[in-house]
Write a protein that binds this ligand. Sequence first.
Ligand SMILES: Cc1ncc(COP(=O)(O)O)c(C=O)c1O
Length: 372
Amino acid sequence: MTGKAADIQRLATPGVRELSPYQPGKPIEELEREYGVTNVIKLASNENPLGPSLRALEAARQALSDIHRYPDGNGFALKEALARKLGVAPAQITLGNGSNDILELLARAFVLPENEVVFSEHAFAVYQIVTRAVDATAVVVKAKNWGHDLAAMRAAVNPRTRLVFIANPNNPTGTWLEAGELEAFLQAMPPHVLVAVDEAYFEYVREPGYPDTTKWLARFPNLVTMRTFSKAYGLAGLRVGYGISSPAVADILNRVRQPFNVNSVALAAATAALADTAHVTRAFENNRQGMRQLTEAFAALKLQFIPSVGNFVCVDFGRPAASLYERLLREGVIVRPVANYGMPNCLRVTVGLPEENERFIKALEKIVRSKE
Ligand SMILES: Cc1ncc(COP(=O)(O)O)c(C=O)c1O
């Protein structure tokens, strides 16, 4: 970097200066361009391989004819529909440009540079980004068996703590917390700490004991539950997520969000998607079968993996996985390296359609066997 560019960068806040940008999954077109391969499959970003609901697509098409108008800045119809479904008041819902937006709003509205934000090792990368972006201190608590160690997270909370992020299930590990331990954690939190429970993969989890934290909102005014239309609803490209909280917290978040943070096409599609429960059930079933297909193949190849309740699973190769990632790319299969999550020996693969899973498995077999 030239002297002038470096000077300009020194003007950024200390937290931002030391950040690395979020690393998304490699786009299909980029792999085709760079490696000259065709017929690429992408199992790298926890997207829904079935695509969106046809009802959502139709609603999006209809909304297109009105895009010369600003969206409904309050998202009335979507909030009403969500409130009905969740049994909460519309005033408890904050809509976001993806649930990432809600993460950022929380940090921006509640966290000062002298505050600390607590989250787990191997937890979703954006927690670090939103914390450092407001110059606060990130307190990263060592994981236990790849998952959140709630006792250690509780011990990390002090008078400077303002926010705790908990991903349930966590991405990229797929680990999850059950109701009893999470509820006890919330009960133990002092009133000056907000707890944001990130349930981006909620619709994929049907394990007995997995909590729906929206049911606890009346008891915990410092709880924020976050969900998204990007995963099981198949609308990642449109960017719609939401927070559910006490009206008091939603009121604060509403003050700092951009006036039209969710666009009109996204609002229409999400409202229609919410009504298409059959599509979400299909996504759940495809995921359950695909997860079985993948994990049986890992077991047959004698590969370790982290049991996951999400729509993705991490394979642990017991040695640095970067070259395996590269070789999979050459086979036209994009998965996700997770070295930036402190997991250099793992690759994360998203559950795809049965034929996509099969192609990944065949490529993996070829690569793993050629090493023997
Ligand atoms: C745990 C977790 N939270 C939040 C998100 C953000 O999703 P979005 O902004 O698309 O709603 C993701 C996406 O990968 C995630 O894995």
